[in-house]
Write a protein of this length. Structure first.
Length: 269
């Protein structure tokens, strides 16, 4: 299990670095240059040109919306979270493929006695180490070992239930960093909101003299940061809940597999 946790930690760090480099590259080569070009264009009056009407830039452009640092950090965190979710989804898919294997080959009417538990457990012990550590082989081994030691079908079923509950706790713990990002993304958006309001207040004196461009840009930072953070958080939370649903189904299907193919065929006499 240490090797598994080590791989997960290494993947998490690598995913964060790659996400940061990729998003920073996109910002440096595309988003910020395009946003600067848009803001440098001659300002146009809103709607039909009228005398005295304030001039505005194309502030609704996606490049202008995403150009600030808070949006960049939010996107880095969102990309990192999606990478972690994708990694865990891959682990779930690998475990689910094991449900199609016949680890316990029992013909019709055949039963498993306590003295047979060791024999049925040997094929599981000969599996590759990575496969042995996955949920289904591990739970089958626990069921057979408990049945052989206690000669009780009920104890074996309780052992499987406990192993599945431990797996749910382990899977839940692995999502702690994703939950952190789901909290951090709106927090970063709130930082942008505070910075934008502060910038708008600094330009309030100019607005009193008819120039509202500074206030507009400051409020633009506020709303753009909030919009980007909320959209990113919604996206992360959607995939997070999809992953949790897949994990819960995996554990339930593994318990059903063991119950139908092993526990129901156990006999003490």
């Amino acid at each position: 299990m240490r090797s598994v946790f080590g791989r997960e930690a290494l993947f998490s760090v690598a995913a964060l670095l790659i996400s940061a480099i990729l998003i920073q590259t996109i910002y440096a080569t595309l988003i910020r240059p395009r946003a600067a070009a848009i803001l440098a264009e001659p300002a146009l009056p809103q709607g039909q040109p009228r005398a005295g009407q304030p001039l505005t830039h194309n502030l609704r452009s996606v490049y202008v919306i995403l150009k600030d640092y808070e949006q960049e950090v939010a996107l880095i965190l969102a990309a990192w979270a999606l990478c972690l979710i994708g990694y865990q989804a891959g682990q779930v898919a690998r475990n689910r493929r094991l449900l199609d294997k016949d680890y316990i080959d029992l013909s019709a009417g055949h039963v498993v006695l306590p003295d047979d538990a060791r024999a049925y457990g040997r094929p599981l012990e000969s599996l590759p180490r990575d496969e042995q550590e996955m949920l289904l082989p591990r739970a089958l081994s626990v069921a057979l070992n408990r049945f052989g030691a206690t000669r009780s079908v009920q104890d074996s079923a309780e052992a499987v239930r406990g192993e599945c509950e431990n797996e749910l706790d382990r899977l839940d713990a692995q999502l702690s960093m994703v939950r952190f990002t789901a909290w951090a993304i709106p927090a970063v958006g709130f930082v942008g909101t505070v910075r934008g309001i502060g910038r708008a207040l600094q330009e309030a004196q100019g607005a009193l003299h008819g120039d509202i461009s500074g206030v507009t840009l400051g409020l633009g930072v506020t709303f753009n940061a909030t919009l980007t953070a909320l959209v990113s958080c919604i996206l992360v939370m959607f995939f997070l809940h999809q992953l949790q649903q897949a994990q819960d189904r995996l554990v339930l299907d593994a318990r059903l597999y063991i119950d139908r193919r092993l526990i129901r065929n156990m006999r003490v006499h």
